[in-house]
Design a protein around this ligand. Structure first.
Ligand code: GDP
Ligand code: MG
Length: 437
């Protein structure tokens, strides 16, 4: 999924200006990529519509970096789709907190029970595990092994009593021994069946858990989402733990679970080791899916809108070496509206931004530059080569600067003009427009 989306966005970002058609086309590709990633159909449809609406509305298409902005919108909406912010576990105000881990066979309940206990222990809690799966051969032994690996006690009563009685006895044991969080590992089935649900409902009624966490295997894609929907309807869940995300290349379950069930993903399993459990962060997952990491902060910056038409005019002037002091003045005024110079230079494409940054213009200097240019006649601004010695003196007088400062500006202007021309030629050789990132 990440790769498909990246390709789509590469195309978008390569364009200087976008039309509504470009966005529609890109969204068609995003839609296909999501469907191929096994994201729920309705989720995809709503998602694409939301992005499209935001992308063609507002100033996005008119802005200097429309491609970036569309990517940013996609990123925002992906994050929102997965719940927006991190959802933490609920702890009881009066310990112990009781947590039931439920799910189908093989989803990763027993392993995750151990992982979660380890995580909680590191946070200073005193967990107790209860072995509630009395059906699967060796299930109790398995929990005892993971328990000892994370150094957390395991309560068992063999497989003769009902899971409800075991859970009840386990909690009493935990209360007596000062455990502040009790995790109940339950049985699963290969498929959802009523008997399993009834048993889980029975445990729920008896122990009144603070959290029922559903463990689902992310590699099963939409099946995982269906399972979540079913468990939520029958039993009621408080959150989802998505396991085997390390092997999930598609991301379909991660993207759909929240919006289908309206229940948050709280943790993700990232491997077989008992340390491979992490809190789930929607924003990080979104950037993982988009494969862009810290490029995101750059996109935030690109949000500053900028008059695209003026930029185009300027671009043509630069190319034909017609860039004058008047344009320069214009630029300075625009930049002043946009914020600190260094930030704008950061937004300029690659090498050009770095070169310009070398000039190190500070805001006081800009005031001088502005004064100098304002003291020039119209003719001088448009044709700086006529500015001889006596004109320089006059300009310095008029602007409250000295001749050295005027000389320096003239020199800098000539250099900048050359550099801009070079850069403009360079990027038109690369095809496509300037001012892209
Ligand atoms: P249960 O039947 O739901 O209790 O599932 P288990 O805890 O027995 O896990 C089933 C298998 O999935 C085991 O081989 C685990 O090692 C494996 N497993 C669980 N979580 C993860 C995970 O996050 N990543 C990977 N790669 N494997 C996992
Ligand atoms: Mg198990």
């Amino acid at each position: 999924l990440a790769e498909k989306l990246q390709n789509t966005f590469k195309k978008l970002k390569g364009k200087g200006k976008l039309t509504e058609k470009d966005v529609t086309e890109a969204m068609r590709e995003v839609k296909m990529a999501l469907l191929e990633a096994d994201v729920n159909f309705k989720v995809v449809k709503d998602f694409v519509n939301r992005v499209k609406e935001r992308a063609v509305g507002g100033d996005v298409l008119e802005s200097l970096t429309p491609g970036q902005q569309v990517v940013k919108i996609v990123n925002d909406e992906l994050t929102a789709l997965m719940g927006g912010t991190q959802s933490k576990m609920t702890f009881a105000s009066k310990p112990p907190t009781i947590v039931m881990l439920v799910g189908l066979q093989g989803a990763g309940k027993t392993t995750t029970t151990g992982k979660l206990a380890g995580l909680l222990k590191k946070q200073g809690k005193r967990p107790l595990l209860i072995a509630g799966d009395i059906y699967r051969p060796a299930a109790i032994k398995q929990l005892q092994v993971v328990g000892s690996q994370v150094d957390v006690p395991v309560f068992t009563m063999g497989d003769k009593l009902s899971p409800i009685d075991i859970a009840k006895a386990g909690i009493e044991h935990g209360v007596k021994h000062g455990n502040d969080i009790i995790l109940i590992d339950t049985a699963g089935r290969l498929h959802i069946d009523e008997q399993l649900m009834d048993e889980l409902i029975g445990i729920k009624k008896t122990v009144k858990p603070h959290e029922i966490l559903l463990v689902v295997d992310s590699m099963t894609g939409q099946d995982a989402v269906n399972v979540a929907e079913h468990f939520n309807e029958k039993l009621g869940i408080d959150g989802v733990i998505l396991t085997k995300l390390d092997g999930d290349t598609r991301g379909g379950a991660a993207l759909s679970v929240r919006s289908v069930t309206n229940k948050p993903i709280k943790f993700v399993g990232m491997g077989e080791k008992l340390t491979d459990l992490e809190p789930f962060y929607p924003d990080r997952m979104a950037s993982r899916i988009l494969g862009m990491g810290d490029v995101l902060s750059l996109i935030e910056k690109a949000q500053t809108t900028y008059d695209a038409k003026k930029a185009k005019e300027l671009e043509n002037k630069i190319k034909s070496q017609q860039f004058t002091f008047e344009d320069f003045l214009d630029q300075i005024e625009q930049m002043k509206n946009m914020g600190p110079i260094s930030q704008i230079l950061d937004m300029l494409p690659g090498a050009a931004g770095k070169q310009l940054k070398g000039l190190q213009v500070d805001d006081k200097e800009i005031a001088h530059i502005q004064a100098i240019i304002q003291s020039m006649t119209r003719e001088e601004r448009q044709n700086p080569s006529i500015i001889n010695g006596s004109r320089r003196k006059r300009i310095a007088m008029g602007s409250g600067t000295n001749v050295q400062q005027v000389n320096r500006l003239l020199k800098q202007f000539e250099q900048t003009r050359k550099m801009m021309k070079q850069f403009a030629d360079m990027s038109s050789n690369k095809k496509g427009s300037k001012f892209k990132m």
